[in-house]
Design a protein around this ligand. Structure first.
Ligand code: MG
Ligand code: ZN
Length: 185
């Protein structure tokens, strides 16, 4: 079984102005490539798990989302890092159906995207993490049975017990150390 770090996109890997539709407006926070490289070198699959309701809202197209993810992959490749997979939810319950679905199982904090990734990539949830900047990412971690890691200045109310860091770089250091700790036990 493999282990994975599941990654939120907006606000975790890249600044989030809201519903980015143009690859030219997409860039990573400083240190993200190095942080992902460190996690990857520690033996984790890197798997993107992102809500993209901009599609249901009519603000972005599938083609635009693909172009943004192509840019993401290109930036990572330049740093010698690659994602094992990208899962996204295009739906929103309050907007018109996408591919016939409006009220879906995949929208975070629903666990369907991670459960699918676990199945498709033979991931052990007990050795895996969900890293994100919102309470929905933390809830997703719990719902999918992986350890949540919060990125941000202040933990959402009710989640004070969750491990939190101000940057992905610090989270990467902790994840790698946490794994070594577990090995010793
Ligand atoms: Mg986010
Ligand atoms: Zn969905």
């Amino acid at each position: 079984m493999k282990k994975a770090v599941f990654l939120d996109r907006d606000g975790t890997l890249n600044p989030d102005p809201g519903y980015i539709s143009d690859p030219n407006h997409f860039d990573l926070f400083p240190g993200v490539v190095e942080a992902l490289k460190k996690i990857s070198q520690a033996g984790y699959e890197l798997i993107l798990i992102t809500n993209q309701s901009g599609i249901a809202r009519g603000l972005i197209t599938f083609e635009q989302l693909d172009a943004i993810h192509d840019k993401l992959k290109k930036i990572l490749a330049q740093g010698g890092v690659s994602l094992s997979a990208i899962y996204f939810c295009p739906h929103h319950p309050d907007f018109p159906p996408v591919n016939g679905i409006s009220r879906c199982d995949c929208r975070k904090p629903g666990p369907a995207m991670i459960l699918q990734a676990i199945k498709e990539h033979q991931i052990d949830p007990a050795q895996s993490y969900m890293v994100g900047d919102k309470s929905s990412d933390i809830k997703l971690g719990y719902n999918a049975g992986v350890t949540p890691v919060f990125i941000g200045e202040k933990l959402p109310e009710g989640f004070e017990e969750v491990v939190a860091f101000s940057s992905l770089r610090d989270a990467a250091d902790w994840i790698v150390a946490d794994q070594q700790q577990e090995k010793k036990l």
